[in-house]
Ligand binder design. Structure first.
Ligand code: 5GP
Length: 146
């Protein structure tokens, strides 16, 4: 449901669909046959990663079991890498369902944010330079255990 309580249908032109189609660039952290993990362009803390399924799901309600399982397994891999690279235990796992909850991209995704809930920056607010994201993505990808 949107802010006006209208259900949202999957839009093939959403930004994450375009990434999956190879139409726009992103900084990849990890990929397998069912999931993709990449750097959030407007991180709420350094090292903010998004994990998405290769399934056309608007939110959790649409997510098929096999993709739900695959997304969580990828989240575990990414979190392990974040803990190692940033030398911190605290990783926030966040996932917004619907515009009323603050969801802005309507392709299901999990946020993994190395931070404390008390230190979280503003949501989708400030873009970080591509070079910095590329460097972090490289560091995380290098230590992912597949
Ligand atoms: P949501 O608000 O749907 O939970 O989260 C969407 C996330 O996607 C936000 O954290 C936002 O910063 C991120 N985002 C929006 N546009 C882009 C983009 O073009 N590239 C990347 N990598 N992330 C994006």
């Amino acid at each position: 449901m949107s802010q006006t309580n209208q259900p949202i249908t999957y839009d093939d032109n959403n930004i994450f669909a375009k990434m999956l189609n190879g139409d726009i660039p992103y900084h990849k952290v990890y990929e397998d046959d069912k999931t993709l993990a990449f750097m959030d362009i407007m991180p709420q803390a350094k090292g903010h990663v998004l994990v998405i399924p290769k399934q056309k799901a608007v939110d959790l309600a649409d997510l098929e079991a096999e993709y739900a399982a695959a997304v969580l397994m990828t989240c575990k891999k990414v979190m392990q890498a974040q803990r190692q690279v940033f030398e911190r235990e605290g990783i926030i796992q966040m996932q917004l369902n619907g515009a009323q909850a603050g969801q802005t991209v309507f392709h299901y995704h999990v946020h993994l944010i190395p931070s404390s809930i008390h230190e979280l920056g503003r949501h989708a607010a400030t873009q970080v330079e591509s070079d910095r994201l590329a460097d972090i993505a490289k560091q995380l990808a290098a230590v992912i255990v597949d």
